[in-house]
Design a protein around this ligand. Structure first.
Ligand SMILES: [Mg+2]
Length: 126
């Protein structure tokens, strides 16, 4: 699996698009249904953690099968993020970097380090 760890977002996007194209599934990838699919896949990730305490989750993650299943659900989430970006004409890599530029401004390290609050908390405090 290590050979995949350096894959770029563009390589993953191509893989997802090729998968759909081979199956003629682009016809089903309108933004609404793709966004719904993304939400459903996120819910499938959440199912692994529902009704468990943090300690129980730690134990749960020690089982490689559980970890593998969560990984597959995360892959489903990423798959639909890539398809939704494709269908809406959004450059997800550009959006990601732009968003992090915004986050850097909202959450300056000197104000936020080690603190869990939303950015509005820091605006009021400083
Ligand atoms: Mg799934």
């Amino acid at each position: 699996m290590a050979e995949f760890s350096n894959a770029t977002i563009e390589e993953l996007r191509k893989k997802a698009v090729e998968f759909s194209d081979k199956r003629d599934w682009k016809q089903f990838h309108n933004p609404k249904d793709t966004a719904l699919a993304l939400s459903i896949e996120v819910a499938e990730v959440l199912e692994h953690f529902r009704f468990k305490t943090n300690d129980e989750i730690k134990e749960y993650l020690k089982n490689p099968e559980n970890k593998k299943e969560i990984g597959y659900e995360l892959a489903d989430v990423l798959h639909f993020i890539l398809i939704l970006a494709e269908e809406t004409g959004i450059d997800i890599t550009k959006a990601f970097y732009e968003k992090f530029d915004e986050l850097e401004k909202k959450y300056p390290v000197e104000k936020c380090k080690g603190k869990p609050h939303k950015y509005t908390y820091y605006e009021k405090k400083y």
